[in-house]
Design a protein around this ligand. Structure first.
Ligand code: ARG
Length: 258
């Protein structure tokens, strides 16, 4: 009688143990669960984020930087989600991604809906034209009457809308790849785009040149959901450490040097 009861008890204990081990993932996957940081970007912005033409993999300065940050703050890996630039903040707000890194300018308007890290890069807006187009720009006034290509939701688009308004025709594209194509095809007269990226594009397309740089004094930051202080503080201390280490110079040299 006692023997039988003990056997049943032992059986229950063993079953519970097996169940617990299986549920913890040890039996089914063989490895403990990885901590993954889900990162939103828009991979049309070299050298910050772009698709490697050979492999199709998303790479760039921002991608290396966020991997370094993630590692420092205890994540095993990052998962990159590529989308149009204007989808990034909504994706952050709805929890589809944990952070956004996309050469994103820290602006007061965006700061109302997301929180930004300390700045990690500076930019202005470049006016890119086709060589031989005869377009001379010596002040923003000279853009009047032009058809201007921009990427939807960017500070470049905002500048054109706010500062030039009805004096120009603004054409919005969901990616810079499409905007660039429109400039090459002659569908727009000029492109207004962040200066570091314009420098990359004119290097890649020798038929293009920078006609003018509008001093907008922008700073790029990493965005997190509004109020996510814990993650933001960790990101900021990791960023500070990285930016003060030789790793930073290596990273800059990799994407901007030589
Ligand atoms: N810095 C500009 C902005 O914040 C343009 C960023 C575009 N980034 C991109 N990955 N396409 O609006």
């Amino acid at each position: 009688m006692y023997m039988k009861r003990n056997l049943i008890l032992a059986g229950v204990v063993v079953s519970v143990l097996i169940f617990a081990v299986a549920a913890s993932g040890c039996i089914t996957t063989g490895t403990p669960k990885e901590k993954v940081l889900v990162v939103g970007t828009s991979a049309d912005f070299p050298p910050f984020e772009y698709k490697n033409p050979k492999t199709g993999n998303i790479t760039g300065f921002d991608m290396d930087l966020i991997k370094m940050v993630a590692k420092k703050i205890g994540y095993d890996k990052v998962e990159i989600k590529d989308m149009s630039f204007d989808s990034l903040i909504p994706a952050l707000q709805t929890g589809k991604v944990d952070v956004v890194i996309a050469g994103m300018t820290i602006t007061p308007k965006r700061e109302q809906v997301v929180d930004f890290s300390i700045p990690y890069w500076k930019a202005d807006q470049a006016v890119v034209v086709r060589k031989g187009s005869g377009i001379k720009i010596s002040s923003p006034e000279d853009l009047k009457g032009k058809t201007i290509g921009v990427e939807t939701g960017t500070t470049g688009a905002l500048y054109v809308k706010d500062k030039l308004g009805n004096s120009v025709t603004m054409k919005e594209y969901s990616t810079y790849v499409a905007a660039l194509q429109a400039l090459l095809n002659g569908q727009v007269n000029v492109l207004v785009i962040d200066s570091p990226v314009a420098n990359m594009f004119i290097h890649k397309y020798p038929s293009l040149e920078i006609a003018y740089v509008i001093q907008t004094n922008e700073h790029y930051g990493i965005a997190v959901r509004k109020g996510n202080k814990e993650l933001l503080n960790k990101i900021n201390s990791a960023l500070k450490e990285i930016m003060n280490s030789p790793e930073w110079n290596k990273l800059v040299a990799k994407y901007f040097g030589g």
